[in-house]
Design a protein around this ligand. Sequence first.
Ligand SMILES: Cc1cc2nc3c(=O)[nH]c(=O)nc-3n(C[C@H](O)[C@H](O)[C@H](O)COP(=O)(O)OP(=O)(O)OC[C@H]3O[C@@H](n4cnc5c(N)ncnc54)[C@H](O)[C@@H]3O)c2cc1C
Length: 410
Amino acid sequence: MTEVTVIGAGVIGLSAALMAQARGLSVTVIDREGPAAGASTGNAGAFAFTDILPLASPGILRKAPKWLLDPLGPLTIPPAYALQITPWLYRFWRACSPRAVAASTAAQTSMMELSRAELEPFLAATGTLGMLMKYGNLQVYETEAEFRAALPGWEARTEHGIEFRHMTAEEMAELQPGLSPRFTRGTFTPGWWSIADPKDYVLALAERFQAEGGTILRAEVTGLKPQDSGVSIQTKSAPLSADKVVLAAGAFSHRIAATLGERIPLETERGYNTTLPADALDLRCQVTFGGHGFVVSRLTTGVRVGGAVELGGLSLPPNYKRSEAMLRKAKTFFPTLKTEGGKQWMGFRPSLPDSLPAIGRSKASPHVVYAFGHGHLGLTQSAGTARLVADLLTDARPPLNLTPFSPQRF
Ligand SMILES: Cc1cc2nc3c(=O)[nH]c(=O)nc-3n(C[C@H](O)[C@H](O)[C@H](O)COP(=O)(O)OP(=O)(O)OC[C@H]3O[C@@H](n4cnc5c(N)ncnc54)[C@H](O)[C@@H]3O)c2cc1C
Protein backbone atom coordinates (compact mmCIF):
# COMPACT_ATOMS: atom_id res chain seq x y z
CA MET A 1 0.00 0.00 0.00
CA THR A 2 1.31 3.48 -0.85
CA GLU A 3 2.63 5.21 2.28
CA VAL A 4 1.85 8.93 2.34
CA THR A 5 3.15 11.44 4.88
CA VAL A 6 1.38 14.77 5.25
CA ILE A 7 3.39 17.58 6.86
CA GLY A 8 1.06 19.87 8.81
CA ALA A 9 -2.03 19.05 10.88
CA GLY A 10 -3.98 22.19 10.03
CA VAL A 11 -7.24 22.20 8.12
CA ILE A 12 -5.45 21.69 4.79
CA GLY A 13 -3.19 18.83 5.94
CA LEU A 14 -5.89 16.93 7.81
CA SER A 15 -8.50 17.34 5.06
CA ALA A 16 -5.99 16.05 2.51
CA ALA A 17 -5.00 13.21 4.85
CA LEU A 18 -8.63 12.12 5.23
CA MET A 19 -9.31 12.21 1.49
CA ALA A 20 -6.11 10.28 0.76
CA GLN A 21 -7.12 7.75 3.41
CA ALA A 22 -10.55 7.40 1.77
CA ARG A 23 -8.74 6.47 -1.48
CA GLY A 24 -7.11 3.53 0.27
CA LEU A 25 -3.69 5.09 0.94
CA SER A 26 -1.83 4.54 4.22
CA VAL A 27 -1.42 8.02 5.71
CA THR A 28 0.70 9.53 8.49
CA VAL A 29 0.43 13.20 9.51
CA ILE A 30 3.40 15.00 11.11
CA ASP A 31 3.04 18.25 13.02
CA ARG A 32 5.55 19.88 15.34
CA GLU A 33 2.78 20.90 17.73
CA GLY A 34 0.01 18.41 17.08
CA PRO A 35 -3.36 19.07 15.40
CA ALA A 36 -4.93 22.54 15.19
CA ALA A 37 -1.85 24.52 16.19
CA GLY A 38 -1.68 27.08 13.39
CA ALA A 39 -3.90 29.50 11.49
CA SER A 40 -6.66 26.90 11.24
CA THR A 41 -7.36 27.17 14.96
CA GLY A 42 -8.49 30.73 15.45
CA ASN A 43 -9.80 31.92 12.10
CA ALA A 44 -13.19 33.50 11.50
CA GLY A 45 -14.77 30.17 10.59
CA ALA A 46 -16.21 31.25 7.24
CA PHE A 47 -16.66 29.22 4.09
CA ALA A 48 -16.46 32.36 1.99
CA PHE A 49 -17.31 30.71 -1.34
CA THR A 50 -18.51 34.03 -2.75
CA ASP A 51 -15.10 35.65 -2.19
CA ILE A 52 -13.85 35.04 -5.72
CA LEU A 53 -12.13 38.39 -6.21
CA PRO A 54 -8.42 38.30 -5.39
CA LEU A 55 -7.07 40.52 -2.65
CA ALA A 56 -4.46 41.66 -5.17
CA SER A 57 -6.67 44.09 -7.11
CA PRO A 58 -6.83 47.78 -8.10
CA GLY A 59 -9.33 48.31 -5.24
CA ILE A 60 -6.78 47.42 -2.56
CA LEU A 61 -4.20 49.68 -4.19
CA ARG A 62 -6.69 52.56 -3.81
CA LYS A 63 -7.42 51.80 -0.16
CA ALA A 64 -3.89 50.85 0.96
CA PRO A 65 -2.33 54.34 1.28
CA LYS A 66 -5.06 55.48 3.68
CA TRP A 67 -5.01 52.22 5.63
CA LEU A 68 -1.22 52.30 5.98
CA LEU A 69 -1.41 55.70 7.68
CA ASP A 70 -3.12 54.14 10.71
CA PRO A 71 -0.59 52.01 12.65
CA LEU A 72 -3.43 49.91 14.13
CA GLY A 73 -5.57 49.99 10.97
CA PRO A 74 -6.65 47.24 8.57
CA LEU A 75 -3.24 47.01 6.83
CA THR A 76 0.18 47.53 8.37
CA ILE A 77 3.80 46.88 7.56
CA PRO A 78 5.97 46.98 10.68
CA PRO A 79 9.13 49.02 9.86
CA ALA A 80 11.27 46.07 11.06
CA TYR A 81 9.87 43.94 8.21
CA ALA A 82 9.48 46.55 5.46
CA LEU A 83 12.62 45.56 3.56
CA GLN A 84 11.99 41.81 3.64
CA ILE A 85 8.43 42.16 2.36
CA THR A 86 9.34 44.42 -0.59
CA PRO A 87 9.86 41.67 -3.23
CA TRP A 88 6.51 40.09 -2.30
CA LEU A 89 4.80 43.49 -2.47
CA TYR A 90 6.25 44.03 -5.92
CA ARG A 91 4.75 40.70 -7.09
CA PHE A 92 1.48 41.62 -5.37
CA TRP A 93 1.41 44.94 -7.23
CA ARG A 94 2.04 43.13 -10.54
CA ALA A 95 -0.87 40.79 -9.75
CA CYS A 96 -3.17 43.83 -9.55
CA SER A 97 -3.22 44.47 -13.32
CA PRO A 98 -6.69 44.03 -14.90
CA ARG A 99 -5.47 41.03 -16.92
CA ALA A 100 -3.97 39.30 -13.90
CA VAL A 101 -7.10 40.01 -11.83
CA ALA A 102 -9.37 38.55 -14.54
CA ALA A 103 -7.20 35.40 -14.68
CA SER A 104 -7.04 34.92 -10.91
CA THR A 105 -10.79 35.58 -10.54
CA ALA A 106 -11.53 32.85 -13.09
CA ALA A 107 -9.14 30.45 -11.32
CA GLN A 108 -10.51 31.34 -7.89
CA THR A 109 -14.08 30.82 -9.13
CA SER A 110 -13.27 27.31 -10.31
CA MET A 111 -11.58 26.57 -6.97
CA MET A 112 -14.57 27.91 -5.03
CA GLU A 113 -17.04 25.86 -7.09
CA LEU A 114 -15.01 22.71 -6.48
CA SER A 115 -14.59 23.50 -2.77
CA ARG A 116 -18.30 24.10 -2.29
CA ALA A 117 -19.20 20.91 -4.17
CA GLU A 118 -16.73 18.85 -2.12
CA LEU A 119 -17.54 20.33 1.29
CA GLU A 120 -20.83 18.73 2.31
CA PRO A 121 -19.91 15.19 1.14
CA PHE A 122 -16.60 15.58 3.00
CA LEU A 123 -18.30 16.76 6.19
CA ALA A 124 -20.79 13.90 5.93
CA ALA A 125 -18.02 11.35 5.37
CA THR A 126 -16.04 12.65 8.36
CA GLY A 127 -19.01 12.91 10.73
CA THR A 128 -18.74 16.70 10.98
CA LEU A 129 -21.80 17.80 8.97
CA GLY A 130 -23.50 18.94 12.19
CA MET A 131 -20.86 21.68 12.50
CA LEU A 132 -21.91 23.41 9.26
CA MET A 133 -23.96 26.61 9.65
CA LYS A 134 -25.62 28.49 6.81
CA TYR A 135 -26.59 31.95 7.98
CA GLY A 136 -24.78 34.08 5.37
CA ASN A 137 -22.70 37.23 5.49
CA LEU A 138 -23.73 40.87 5.65
CA GLN A 139 -21.18 43.29 4.21
CA VAL A 140 -21.93 46.81 5.47
CA TYR A 141 -21.10 50.28 4.14
CA GLU A 142 -21.01 53.64 5.90
CA THR A 143 -21.57 55.91 2.95
CA GLU A 144 -23.27 55.81 -0.40
CA ALA A 145 -19.84 56.45 -1.95
CA GLU A 146 -18.37 53.35 -0.25
CA PHE A 147 -21.35 51.29 -1.43
CA ARG A 148 -21.04 52.59 -4.99
CA ALA A 149 -17.31 51.86 -5.03
CA ALA A 150 -18.11 48.22 -4.16
CA LEU A 151 -20.67 47.79 -6.97
CA PRO A 152 -18.22 46.77 -9.74
CA GLY A 153 -17.05 43.93 -7.48
CA TRP A 154 -20.65 42.77 -7.03
CA GLU A 155 -21.22 43.00 -10.79
CA ALA A 156 -18.18 40.78 -11.33
CA ARG A 157 -19.73 38.26 -8.91
CA THR A 158 -23.00 38.36 -10.89
CA GLU A 159 -21.05 37.28 -13.96
CA HIS A 160 -19.91 34.24 -11.97
CA GLY A 161 -23.43 33.38 -10.82
CA ILE A 162 -23.07 34.45 -7.18
CA GLU A 163 -26.28 35.28 -5.36
CA PHE A 164 -26.49 38.46 -3.24
CA ARG A 165 -29.00 41.10 -2.15
CA HIS A 166 -28.26 44.80 -1.60
CA MET A 167 -29.98 46.16 1.50
CA THR A 168 -31.16 49.44 2.98
CA ALA A 169 -30.58 50.38 6.64
CA GLU A 170 -34.13 49.24 7.50
CA GLU A 171 -33.63 45.85 5.86
CA MET A 172 -30.31 45.41 7.66
CA ALA A 173 -31.91 46.29 11.02
CA GLU A 174 -34.40 43.51 10.45
CA LEU A 175 -31.72 40.98 9.51
CA GLN A 176 -29.23 42.00 12.22
CA PRO A 177 -30.69 44.08 15.08
CA GLY A 178 -28.28 46.27 17.05
CA LEU A 179 -26.11 47.44 14.17
CA SER A 180 -25.17 51.14 14.39
CA PRO A 181 -27.23 53.38 12.08
CA ARG A 182 -23.95 54.78 10.70
CA PHE A 183 -24.12 51.84 8.28
CA THR A 184 -26.56 52.97 5.66
CA ARG A 185 -26.16 50.25 3.03
CA GLY A 186 -25.29 46.58 3.00
CA THR A 187 -25.08 43.48 0.82
CA PHE A 188 -26.16 40.06 2.03
CA THR A 189 -24.67 36.87 0.56
CA PRO A 190 -26.63 33.77 1.60
CA GLY A 191 -24.06 31.40 0.01
CA TRP A 192 -21.47 32.25 2.67
CA TRP A 193 -21.39 29.39 5.17
CA SER A 194 -19.59 28.89 8.50
CA ILE A 195 -18.22 26.21 10.78
CA ALA A 196 -19.37 25.99 14.40
CA ASP A 197 -15.81 26.48 15.67
CA PRO A 198 -12.66 26.16 13.53
CA LYS A 199 -10.51 24.57 16.25
CA ASP A 200 -13.16 22.03 17.23
CA TYR A 201 -13.55 21.22 13.54
CA VAL A 202 -9.84 20.52 12.99
CA LEU A 203 -9.68 18.45 16.18
CA ALA A 204 -12.71 16.47 15.00
CA LEU A 205 -10.95 15.81 11.68
CA ALA A 206 -7.84 14.65 13.56
CA GLU A 207 -9.93 12.31 15.68
CA ARG A 208 -11.70 10.87 12.66
CA PHE A 209 -8.41 10.39 10.82
CA GLN A 210 -7.00 8.40 13.74
CA ALA A 211 -10.22 6.42 14.18
CA GLU A 212 -9.87 5.35 10.52
CA GLY A 213 -6.37 4.03 11.22
CA GLY A 214 -4.27 7.14 10.50
CA THR A 215 -1.23 8.07 12.59
CA ILE A 216 -0.37 11.57 13.84
CA LEU A 217 3.27 12.07 14.83
CA ARG A 218 4.71 15.01 16.68
CA ALA A 219 7.98 16.10 15.05
CA GLU A 220 9.46 19.17 13.43
CA VAL A 221 10.34 18.59 9.79
CA THR A 222 13.59 20.27 8.75
CA GLY A 223 13.89 19.15 5.15
CA LEU A 224 12.95 16.78 2.33
CA LYS A 225 15.18 14.79 0.03
CA PRO A 226 13.98 12.99 -3.11
CA GLN A 227 14.84 9.30 -3.30
CA ASP A 228 14.54 7.01 -6.33
CA SER A 229 11.12 5.73 -5.36
CA GLY A 230 10.04 8.02 -2.56
CA VAL A 231 11.06 10.83 -0.25
CA SER A 232 13.31 11.03 2.79
CA ILE A 233 11.99 13.32 5.53
CA GLN A 234 14.47 14.98 7.87
CA THR A 235 13.15 15.93 11.27
CA LYS A 236 14.67 17.36 14.46
CA SER A 237 14.50 13.79 15.78
CA ALA A 238 14.81 10.58 13.72
CA PRO A 239 14.66 10.71 9.90
CA LEU A 240 11.57 9.22 8.26
CA SER A 241 10.64 8.14 4.75
CA ALA A 242 7.50 7.84 2.66
CA ASP A 243 6.46 6.88 -0.86
CA LYS A 244 4.79 10.29 -1.20
CA VAL A 245 4.76 13.50 0.82
CA VAL A 246 2.18 16.28 1.01
CA LEU A 247 3.62 19.60 2.17
CA ALA A 248 0.84 21.45 4.02
CA ALA A 249 2.76 23.34 6.71
CA GLY A 250 0.83 26.59 6.20
CA ALA A 251 2.93 29.78 6.39
CA PHE A 252 6.09 27.73 7.06
CA SER A 253 5.85 25.56 3.94
CA HIS A 254 8.29 27.58 1.81
CA ARG A 255 11.09 26.83 4.29
CA ILE A 256 10.64 23.11 3.68
CA ALA A 257 10.21 23.60 -0.10
CA ALA A 258 13.54 25.49 -0.06
CA THR A 259 15.31 22.31 1.05
CA LEU A 260 14.20 20.82 -2.30
CA GLY A 261 15.77 23.78 -4.07
CA GLU A 262 12.48 25.58 -4.80
CA ARG A 263 12.02 29.25 -3.96
CA ILE A 264 8.34 29.99 -3.46
CA PRO A 265 7.40 33.58 -2.53
CA LEU A 266 5.22 32.66 0.43
CA GLU A 267 4.73 35.38 3.04
CA THR A 268 2.41 35.70 5.95
CA GLU A 269 -0.47 38.10 6.38
CA ARG A 270 -0.72 38.09 10.14
CA GLY A 271 -4.29 38.43 11.40
CA TYR A 272 -5.67 39.21 14.85
CA ASN A 273 -8.89 38.70 16.75
CA THR A 274 -10.65 38.54 20.10
CA THR A 275 -13.13 35.80 20.94
CA LEU A 276 -15.84 36.93 23.34
CA PRO A 277 -18.29 34.71 25.22
CA ALA A 278 -21.24 33.52 23.13
CA ASP A 279 -23.68 35.89 24.90
CA ALA A 280 -21.60 38.98 24.01
CA LEU A 281 -23.96 39.83 21.14
CA ASP A 282 -27.13 38.51 19.55
CA LEU A 283 -25.42 37.89 16.22
CA ARG A 284 -27.64 36.51 13.44
CA CYS A 285 -25.04 36.18 10.65
CA GLN A 286 -21.42 37.09 9.99
CA VAL A 287 -21.01 40.85 9.60
CA THR A 288 -18.14 42.21 7.50
CA PHE A 289 -16.89 45.75 7.98
CA GLY A 290 -14.97 45.88 4.70
CA GLY A 291 -13.91 49.52 5.08
CA HIS A 292 -12.31 48.66 8.42
CA GLY A 293 -10.82 45.28 7.43
CA PHE A 294 -12.51 43.07 10.01
CA VAL A 295 -15.49 40.80 10.61
CA VAL A 296 -17.68 39.82 13.53
CA SER A 297 -18.35 36.08 13.40
CA ARG A 298 -20.90 33.92 15.09
CA LEU A 299 -19.41 30.68 16.37
CA THR A 300 -21.17 28.24 18.67
CA THR A 301 -18.30 28.79 21.11
CA GLY A 302 -18.31 32.60 21.04
CA VAL A 303 -18.42 35.85 19.12
CA ARG A 304 -15.16 36.43 17.26
CA VAL A 305 -14.10 39.98 16.32
CA GLY A 306 -11.11 40.23 14.05
CA GLY A 307 -9.26 40.36 10.77
CA ALA A 308 -6.67 42.96 9.69
CA VAL A 309 -3.47 42.29 7.78
CA GLU A 310 -0.02 42.83 9.25
CA LEU A 311 2.78 42.06 6.81
CA GLY A 312 5.20 41.29 9.61
CA GLY A 313 6.79 37.91 8.83
CA LEU A 314 7.04 34.88 11.07
CA SER A 315 9.37 36.09 13.82
CA LEU A 316 8.22 39.46 15.19
CA PRO A 317 6.19 39.26 18.42
CA PRO A 318 2.41 39.77 18.12
CA ASN A 319 1.02 43.25 18.67
CA TYR A 320 -2.30 42.65 20.42
CA LYS A 321 -3.08 46.34 20.29
CA ARG A 322 -4.55 45.37 16.92
CA SER A 323 -7.04 43.01 18.54
CA GLU A 324 -7.94 45.78 20.99
CA ALA A 325 -8.36 48.38 18.23
CA MET A 326 -10.80 46.14 16.32
CA LEU A 327 -12.73 45.36 19.49
CA ARG A 328 -13.07 49.07 20.29
CA LYS A 329 -14.42 49.71 16.79
CA ALA A 330 -16.78 46.74 17.04
CA LYS A 331 -18.21 48.25 20.22
CA THR A 332 -19.06 51.48 18.38
CA PHE A 333 -20.53 49.48 15.48
CA PHE A 334 -22.56 47.24 17.81
CA PRO A 335 -23.23 49.45 20.87
CA THR A 336 -24.73 46.53 22.87
CA LEU A 337 -21.62 44.33 22.38
CA LYS A 338 -20.28 43.09 25.74
CA THR A 339 -16.52 43.36 25.39
CA GLU A 340 -15.49 41.65 28.65
CA GLY A 341 -13.96 38.19 28.95
CA GLY A 342 -12.32 38.04 25.53
CA LYS A 343 -9.38 35.90 24.40
CA GLN A 344 -6.88 37.43 21.98
CA TRP A 345 -5.21 35.52 19.16
CA MET A 346 -2.83 36.07 16.27
CA GLY A 347 -2.50 33.72 13.29
CA PHE A 348 -0.22 33.44 10.26
CA ARG A 349 -2.21 33.42 7.01
CA PRO A 350 -0.03 31.66 4.40
CA SER A 351 -0.16 34.04 1.42
CA LEU A 352 1.13 34.06 -2.11
CA PRO A 353 1.24 37.38 -3.99
CA ASP A 354 -1.55 36.58 -6.48
CA SER A 355 -4.03 35.44 -3.77
CA LEU A 356 -4.13 31.87 -5.17
CA PRO A 357 -2.82 28.78 -3.35
CA ALA A 358 0.02 26.54 -4.54
CA ILE A 359 -1.37 23.10 -5.37
CA GLY A 360 0.75 20.79 -7.47
CA ARG A 361 3.83 18.60 -7.58
CA SER A 362 7.27 19.80 -6.61
CA LYS A 363 9.72 20.43 -9.45
CA ALA A 364 12.31 18.44 -7.51
CA SER A 365 10.22 15.29 -7.09
CA PRO A 366 6.94 13.95 -8.50
CA HIS A 367 6.46 12.28 -5.12
CA VAL A 368 6.05 15.59 -3.27
CA VAL A 369 2.72 17.42 -3.55
CA TYR A 370 2.45 21.02 -2.38
CA ALA A 371 -0.77 22.28 -0.76
CA PHE A 372 -0.29 25.65 0.88
CA GLY A 373 -0.66 29.40 0.42
CA HIS A 374 -4.43 29.69 0.87
CA GLY A 375 -4.17 33.14 2.48
CA HIS A 376 -7.57 34.31 3.75
CA LEU A 377 -9.35 31.24 2.37
CA GLY A 378 -7.78 28.07 3.76
CA LEU A 379 -10.85 26.81 5.58
CA THR A 380 -13.05 27.77 2.61
CA GLN A 381 -10.90 25.86 0.13
CA SER A 382 -9.92 22.95 2.37
CA ALA A 383 -12.24 20.29 0.92
CA GLY A 384 -11.48 21.36 -2.67
CA THR A 385 -7.75 21.29 -1.99
CA ALA A 386 -8.03 17.88 -0.35
CA ARG A 387 -9.78 16.52 -3.44
CA LEU A 388 -7.03 17.87 -5.71
CA VAL A 389 -4.26 16.49 -3.49
CA ALA A 390 -5.92 13.06 -3.42
CA ASP A 391 -6.12 13.16 -7.24
CA LEU A 392 -2.43 14.07 -7.51
CA LEU A 393 -1.45 11.32 -5.08
CA THR A 394 -3.41 8.68 -6.99
CA ASP A 395 -2.61 10.00 -10.49
CA ALA A 396 -6.30 10.68 -11.13
CA ARG A 397 -7.35 13.50 -13.44
CA PRO A 398 -8.12 16.63 -11.38
CA PRO A 399 -11.55 18.19 -12.04
CA LEU A 400 -10.06 21.62 -12.78
CA ASN A 401 -7.10 23.10 -14.60
CA LEU A 402 -4.26 23.24 -12.08
CA THR A 403 -2.03 25.58 -14.13
CA PRO A 404 -3.04 28.79 -12.26
CA PHE A 405 -2.20 27.06 -8.97
CA SER A 406 1.17 25.71 -10.10
CA PRO A 407 3.82 26.15 -7.38
CA GLN A 408 6.23 26.98 -10.21
CA ARG A 409 4.19 29.93 -11.58
CA PHE A 410 6.31 32.66 -10.02
C1 LIG B 1 -7.55 36.26 11.63
C2 LIG B 1 -7.75 35.21 10.57
C3 LIG B 1 -9.04 34.94 10.09
C4 LIG B 1 -9.24 34.01 9.09
N1 LIG B 1 -10.51 33.72 8.69
C5 LIG B 1 -10.73 32.78 7.74
C6 LIG B 1 -12.04 32.41 7.36
O1 LIG B 1 -13.02 32.90 7.92
N2 LIG B 1 -12.19 31.50 6.36
C7 LIG B 1 -11.12 30.92 5.73
O2 LIG B 1 -11.33 30.14 4.81
N3 LIG B 1 -9.87 31.21 6.11
C8 LIG B 1 -9.65 32.11 7.09
N4 LIG B 1 -8.37 32.41 7.48
C9 LIG B 1 -7.26 31.76 6.80
C10 LIG B 1 -7.06 30.32 7.26
O3 LIG B 1 -7.02 30.28 8.67
C11 LIG B 1 -5.78 29.74 6.67
O4 LIG B 1 -5.74 29.93 5.28
C12 LIG B 1 -5.71 28.24 6.96
O5 LIG B 1 -5.89 27.99 8.33
C13 LIG B 1 -4.39 27.65 6.51
O6 LIG B 1 -4.42 26.30 6.88
P1 LIG B 1 -3.12 25.40 6.79
O7 LIG B 1 -3.53 24.04 7.17
O8 LIG B 1 -2.47 25.62 5.46
O9 LIG B 1 -2.12 26.06 7.85
P2 LIG B 1 -2.07 25.97 9.43
O10 LIG B 1 -3.40 25.86 10.04
O11 LIG B 1 -1.20 27.10 9.89
O12 LIG B 1 -1.35 24.58 9.69
C14 LIG B 1 0.01 24.36 9.41
C15 LIG B 1 0.53 23.36 10.40
O13 LIG B 1 1.87 23.04 10.00
C16 LIG B 1 2.63 22.84 11.18
N5 LIG B 1 4.04 23.05 10.84
C17 LIG B 1 4.63 24.17 10.37
N6 LIG B 1 5.93 23.98 10.16
C18 LIG B 1 6.18 22.68 10.48
C19 LIG B 1 7.36 21.87 10.47
N7 LIG B 1 8.54 22.36 10.06
N8 LIG B 1 7.25 20.58 10.88
C20 LIG B 1 6.06 20.08 11.30
N9 LIG B 1 4.93 20.79 11.33
C21 LIG B 1 4.98 22.08 10.92
C22 LIG B 1 2.09 23.87 12.15
O14 LIG B 1 2.34 23.49 13.51
C23 LIG B 1 0.60 23.86 11.83
O15 LIG B 1 -0.14 23.02 12.66
C24 LIG B 1 -8.13 33.33 8.51
C25 LIG B 1 -6.85 33.56 9.02
C26 LIG B 1 -6.65 34.48 10.03
C27 LIG B 1 -5.26 34.68 10.58
